[in-house]
Design a protein around this ligand. Structure first.
Ligand code: NAD
Ligand code: TYD
Length: 350
């Protein structure tokens, strides 16, 4: 049985990846390693937590000793590395925690894997999950491709760029089998409500102001999280070692148009008069160093591996809004902090 270590599996994207692998591959044992920071929530995995091919490991990738110990103990065959500090605004106020987790944590994992794999790399893979933000900021035209020069501009994107370089360095220097993917902005169920889409849904529902940075003209390319998980599945199984794959939604929106679209959908769902939710839009001070536009060319992944996003944005945003409206208790437990007790109740009191 293949033993796969997924890091950051209690977070937004990680929980969808863990679920997909646990359900789709009973021949794999999935180990979910997560420090359960503010962004990690085991409630995201309630439906699969008792599956026989799933094990949760609580641990911090910044601990070099723990990483070596876990690799010695479990002899993982592959790693899908998602654990990271992921929010740009937090990286502006606290860069150091991004350096620790995203850079040091990644090197600790690489070293621990190298330590047990280096005599025979056959069948091993270190898959590093990264972001399109490493490429910097686009003007009105153009797309990021796999050969676009790195030009990160926030502490978050710089720390992710650094980790990408280190993963490539282990491929070239130590011949470690690695693969990297760089994805655009994700949206969908279980996203922590500090990111634009869940934050806006929560505020619209509660009739609170929707904060838009600057003039709302910045552009992001949005991908449904389930489609990111399916791309990760494809790349993990069919990607070429040493290669990089860009993943994107071919779905660019200015922030202000995106919020107007969401307001329209939510007015209908909440039986509000058209325009009620949009009246909550409030322009606030811009983010420092705010990247203007991200847009991804994913033709390599589409042409070489045959991946396609499964749905159009209109459908994805409706599904997402429905999920948040139907899972009010998930949001309430996050916003009142009680989700953090879930681990204690589920694991420490057992
Ligand atoms: P998230 O913040 O929702 O989840 C991160 C997870 O990592 C949490 O469960 C957290 O507890 C865990 N974690 C953080 N520090 C840790 C540490 N030191 N040790 C162990 N676990 C730790 O993030 P996300 O949005 O799900 O992003 C997952 C990955 O995908 C990240 O590497 C991110 O850079 C990348 N990514 C995200 C997006 C996006 O739009 N969210 C887009 C492209 C790439
Ligand atoms: P975010 O979800 O933080 O993702 P990222 O910064 O990684 O792209 O932000 C998406 C866009 O929305 C970005 O241009 C910043 C903007 N934004 C707001 O206008 N208001 C907000 O409250 C937040 C969180 C983001």
């Amino acid at each position: 049985m293949k033993k796969i270590l997924i890091t950051g599996g209690a977070g937004f994207i990680g929980s969808h990846v863990v679920r997909l692998f646990v359900k789709q591959y009973p021949q794999y044992h999935i180990y979910n390693l997560d420090a359960l920071t503010y962004a990690g929530n085991l409630e995201n995995l309630k439906d699969i937590e008792n599956e026989p091919n799933y094990t949760f490991l609580k641990g911090d990738i910044v601990s070099e000793e723990l990483m070596h110990q876990l690799f010695q103990q479990y002899s993982f065959d592959a790693v899908i590395h998602l654990a990271a500090e992921s929010h740009v605004d937090r990286s502006i106020s606290d860069p150091l925690s991004f350096i620790k987790t995203n850079i040091l944590g990644t090197v600790n994992l690489l070293n621990a894997a190298k330590n047990i794999w280096q005599d025979n790399y056959e069948g091993k893979l270190f898959y590093h999950i990264s972001t399109d933000e490493v490429y910097g900021s686009l003007g009105e035209t153009g797309l990021f491709t796999e050969t676009t020069a790195y030009d990160p501009r926030s502490p978050y994107s710089s720390s992710k760029a650094s980790s990408d370089h280190l993963v490539r360095a282990y491929y070239h220097t130590y011949k470690m089998p690695v693969v990297i993917s760089n994805c655009s902005n994700n949206y969908g169920p279980n996203q922590f409500p500090e990111k634009l889409i869940p934050l806006a849904i929560n505020n619209i529902k509660k009739m609170k102001p929707i904060p838009i940075y600057g003039k709302g003209e910045n552009i992001r390319d949005w991908l449904f999280v389930i489609d990111h998980a399916s791309a990760i599945d494809k790349i993990f199984h069919e990607g070429t070692v040493g290669e990089t794959y860009n993943i994107g939604g071919i779905n660019e929106w200015t922030n202000i148009d995106l919020i107007h679209k969401m307001c329209e959908v939510m007015d209908k769902k909440l039986n509000r008069e058209n325009g009620t939710s949009a009246s909550l839009i409030t322009f606030v001070k811009d983010r420092a160093g705010h990247d203007m536009r991200y847009a991804i060319d994913s033709s390599k992944l589409m042409n070489e591996l045959g991946w396609q996003p499964s749905l159009q944005f209109e459908e994805g945003i409706e599904k997402t809004i429905d999920w948040y409206l139907e899972n009010e208790s998930w949001m309430n437990r996050i916003t009142d902090g009680s989700y953090e007790k879930y681990y204690e109740d589920q694991y420490e009191k057992r």
